[in-house]
Design a protein around this ligand. Sequence first.
Ligand SMILES: Nc1ncnc2c1ncn2[C@@H]1O[C@H](COP(=O)(O)OP(=O)(O)O)[C@@H](O)[C@H]1O
Ligand SMILES: [Mg+2]
Length: 353
Amino acid sequence: MAHLKINNLKKSFGNTPVINDISLEVSKGEFCILLGPSGCGKTTVLRLIAGLEQQDRGEIFISGREVSNLSPKERDVAMVFQSYALYPHMNVYENLAFSLKMRKQDREEIDNKVQETAKLLDIHELLDRKPRELSGGQRQRVAIGRSIVRDPSLFLFDEPLSNLDAILRSSMRVELAKLHQKLKATIIYVTHDQVEAMTLGEKIVLFDKGTIQQTGTPVEVYEKPSNLFAATFIGTPQINLITGRVIENEGRIYFSSGELMISPGWYKSLEAYAGREITMGIRPEALTPGEGPITGTLELIEHLGPETLVYVRCGGTRIIAKSTPEFEGTPGEEISLAIHDRGIHFFHDGNRI
Ligand SMILES: Nc1ncnc2c1ncn2[C@@H]1O[C@H](COP(=O)(O)OP(=O)(O)O)[C@@H](O)[C@H]1O
Ligand SMILES: [Mg+2]
């Protein structure tokens, strides 16, 4: 049985639909990432689950119990906000203890939970400090600690790392992964950062314009993007897109675009699209400088250390290939690129073929 189950959830603000009929299941103990660009409705989904917002349609179940019309308090859910939302006049201890005091737990029990949580998050030496005396990373830990002390059946994290600098973000990412392993908690984690999603998630729910675009493990979403949105949103540098046509010549199927003609014999399903316009997506790492079907003019080389990005202009399209650090070339020269089949994807009308 799914720990969290959402059926056909819909929400509009005024006349603007924000959540369009989403359904989702998350198992117990799963770290589920809701990934999507800013404004696509991620926070709204969390607020609906937490009961801070009321859906227009649909049902929400937690541990098999319908919570769709329950108050936030009755749902047994803890939300960690992007803004931390700590009480500024309380010290760390009081911030951690607050929700337990509200539930009238006894003093000793509260103390045990606060101490245990503070140790888990490595903030036990900061218990006397006020939020303003903490760094961003420490505040974030306290915000997470506040949700942990309550031992909720579901954690909702709304971009908890987005206010931290890049170095702190990557170390907190590791901390969160470890924390999840220890707590075995069910977490719905919202982010617009694809790296965070790929590294943290067991399951990624890719979201855009209030609609789920694809659900899968990080590897599945990367290696089998189900539409152009999924293909372009995940991957840095972005997947290269080339529009062309499927043509048939002497019994063979080709993808043709300008000078480029390739015959991906392994891609049987292209046959059904003969004569039609389709889009080919190629991941940069599936292209390497060398003998191959793509030719163009070398535009720019970017040495990133472990790898080198090679920008090639082919007709009206710019293609980015990944190469090794040793790659050398002169902008303006002709260059050809070899293609590795595994990084090629075809799309028709925006959807994967
Ligand atoms: N209370 C509200 N009233 C009106 N519009 C809202 C409200 N909350 C969110 N929205 C709108 O809903 C859309 C989705 O917002 P949000 O869920 O915050 O997106 P995300 O978290 O993915 O950035 C946005 O266009 C936002 O302006
Ligand atoms: Mg948001």
